[in-house]
Design a protein around this ligand. Structure first.
Ligand code: ZN
Length: 321
């Protein structure tokens, strides 16, 4: 059974784009039991980088009003998906798909948090403070290579209050896309395990979106988890956005995390339908091929079970209780 840390199916449907990875009618073939389904309010995005070194400018901030409007439309799309709403760790079962309602970038949340509870009642159980562009709560990382995530200031006062309220309500706070200063603010404040739903290892691929060893250590010490992102530009040592990338790159990052902070702290965070993924991995139906890649690399049954679902279930149970 596979639980996944991030997909952008809803945004893709909202934009009327062809689905590339998240063919839910093929979930059974992939032993796919669901995971985090993002509502991501898009900005106009520049073309993906093809050069070795890049530093893309971030889009302008969005207004709360515009973000709320788009998030409401996306929520209606989310409700039409053939999935169960996930609000408990054991909602994930073989043979069905459970979806965690996740907002990637907190722009739809009013800076005074007045609509946070309403979103919780709708089923929101995971919130990324930022999708890279700055908002009322925090600043994210621009897409840069090579770079760490040390790119700007930490959380605003509203951002700190948002973390506290998420802890109170049992909403997971996602650290992916957040800059380093913001990461350390959350680490100091949050009472929940630290989670980066779809980020990789900066020591192996020096993208600003990836985590430094110190950040990995903090995730491990908190009992949290890192979901390994399948985006080739966050996996490859050269940072290239090249689809001809072997699946062993995913194993390489997962193994690094497992060896550094323990196999209890690594999971999958595909970024399916949100990023350029290896052409050798044809969406959720092909996930067993990826699992086979882990077995070939020496991961035993227990390690594979933790990677594919048990770690996510543990962290969700601790965060949502
Ligand atoms: Zn993302």
């Amino acid at each position: 059974m596979i639980i996944d840390g991030h997909n952008d199916l809803v945004s893709r449907i909202w934009r009327n784009e062809e689905i590339r990875h998240m063919h839910l009618d093929r979930s059974a073939d992939g032993d796919f039991a669901g995971g985090f389904f993002a509502l991501y309010i898009p900005s106009p995005t520049p073309a993906p980088p093809t050069t070795v070194h890049y530093a893309l400018p971030l889009p302008d901030p969005l207004s709360t009003e515009e973000a709320r409007r788009v998030a409401d439309e996306m929520y209606e799309i989310f409700r039409t998906l053939p999935v169960e709403l996930a609000t408990a760790a054991d909602d994930f079962q073989p043979g069905r798909v459970a979806a965690i309602l996740h907002i990637e970038g907190a722009e739809p949340i009013e800076p005074d948090l007045s609509n946070l509870e309403e979103w919780h009642e709708r089923g929101l159980r995971s919130l990324g403070l930022v999708w890279s562009r700055a908002n009322a709560f925090a600043e994210g990382v621009p897409f840069r290579f090579p770079s760490t995530g040390d790119t700007g200031p930490g959380l605003t006062a509203a951002g700190k209050e948002l973390v506290r309220r998420c802890n109170d309500l049992g909403i997971l706070v996602d650290l992916s896309h957040l800059n380093e200063a913001g990461f350390w603010d959350v680490a100091a404040l949050s009472s929940a395990p630290l989670v980066a739903t779809h980020s990789n290892v900066n020591a192996l691929c020096a993208s600003s979106r990836n985590l430094t060893d110190a950040q990995l250590d903090a995730v491990g010490a908190s009992g949290g988890v890192v979901g390994i992102n399948f985006a080739v530009s966050f996996l490859r040592e050269d940072g290239h956005n090249d689809a001809d990338t072997p699946l062993s790159e995913i194993v390489r990052h997962a193994t690094y995390v497992a060896e550094r902070i323990g196999v209890d702290h690594v999971a999958l965070g595909s970024d399916f339908d949100g990023a350029l993924v290896s052409e050798h991995l044809d969406g959720i139906a092909a996930l067993p091929q990826l699992v086979e890649e882990f077995r070939t690399a020496g991961w035993d049954d227990d390690a594979v079970a933790k990677l594919t679902h048990r770690n996510w279930q543990r962290v969700l149970a601790e965060t949502w209780r």
